[in-house]
Ligand binder design. Structure first.
Ligand code: ATP
Length: 254
């Protein structure tokens, strides 16, 4: 990966009542990297994701994406800039087919439909054909091509995570934020998920990944950022982080 920063967040703060969920946190994601975000339970990782995508407004702090400030933008505008995220609990639509879940993800996100995406029959036929091809090729990549016509609700937890990653790719993003891609996934599928992330990364995609599974983090990431109690504890290459005394203490202390 290069050392050009794609995302730089500085001094992010967010309190909920008296709890400083994130306090003065910084993070950098280089273009073409797979960057990890780790920390004990309650460290503020998901809140930091929510702040980066402005799902939650920061009390303080700046987020620069591709050289432009984005912390003042609405979530749908941030999505349009090329940041897409997945959730700890996949937000696939169970009563739609796997393919329709993919096609829906590709629809241009606007202020009106961002929270409640609806079908828009005005997508022209040519574009639809291209989107179908893109969707089927991504479904093949994540091993779900044969399930394209099945209800998304029939997928296993791991398959839903793969579908969510496929949905994220349908938006042609510059940066994908993955919230615990390996959580609740069987070991065989975890390997598939890691292989997919590595392949997409080699093709140029940048990832920021929250994950509790240290094998996943250590094998995937070029650089790892550690949060504890809402604050930066350490950052560095995986080998440094794995042996960092402060990091070990933060995990053992919990
Ligand atoms: P985990 O690894 O368990 O998912 P995390 O590192 O993602 O944890 P967060 O979910 O960001 O941590 O939570 C950080 C702190 O902020 C916790 O103390 C949590 O209880 C608190 N918190 C998060 N969201 C809210 C909210 N909407 N209202 C009140 N407190 C919140």
């Amino acid at each position: 990966s290069s050392s050009l920063p794609l995302l730089v967040a500085t001094g992010l703060c967010k309190s909920f009542g008296g709890i400083k969920a994130v306090y003065n946190a910084n993070i950098e994601v280089n273009k073409g990297s797979i960057t990890g975000l780790i920390g004990p339970n309650g460290a503020g990782k998901t809140t930091l994701f929510n702040l980066l995508s402005n799902f939650i407004r920061p009390d303080k702090g700046r987020v620069i994406f591709d050289g432009e400030p984005i912390h003042h933008l609405q979530p749908y505008q941030i999505a349009q800039q090329g940041i897409v995220r997945t959730f700890q609990v996949p937000r696939t639509l169970s009563r739609l087919s796997v393919l329709d879940n993919m096609l829906l993800a590709a629809q241009k996100q606007t202020g009106e439909n961002f929270w409640q995406v609806q079908f828009q029959p005005h997508i022209v036929a040519k574009e639809e054909k291209q989107l179908q091809e893109q969707a089927m090729s991504l479904l093949a990549a994540v091993g779900l091509a044969k399930k394209a016509r099945d209800y998304a609700g029939s997928l296993s937890g791991g398959q839903r995570k793969l579908l969510e990653m496929g949905r994220a790719l349908m938006t042609n993003p510059k940066l994908i934020l993955l919230d615990e891609p390996a959580a609740g996934v069987n070991p065989k599928l975890i390997d598939d998920i890691c292989d997919r992330i590595i392949t997409w990364n080699r093709e140029g995609m940048t990832f920021l990944i929250i994950e509790h599974n240290m094998d996943v983090i250590m094998s995937l990431c070029d650089r790892v950022w550690v949060l504890a109690e809402g604050q930066n504890l350490a950052d560095g290459v995986p080998a440094e982080i794995q042996t960092n005394a402060k990091v070990l203490e933060a995990y053992l202390g919990k």
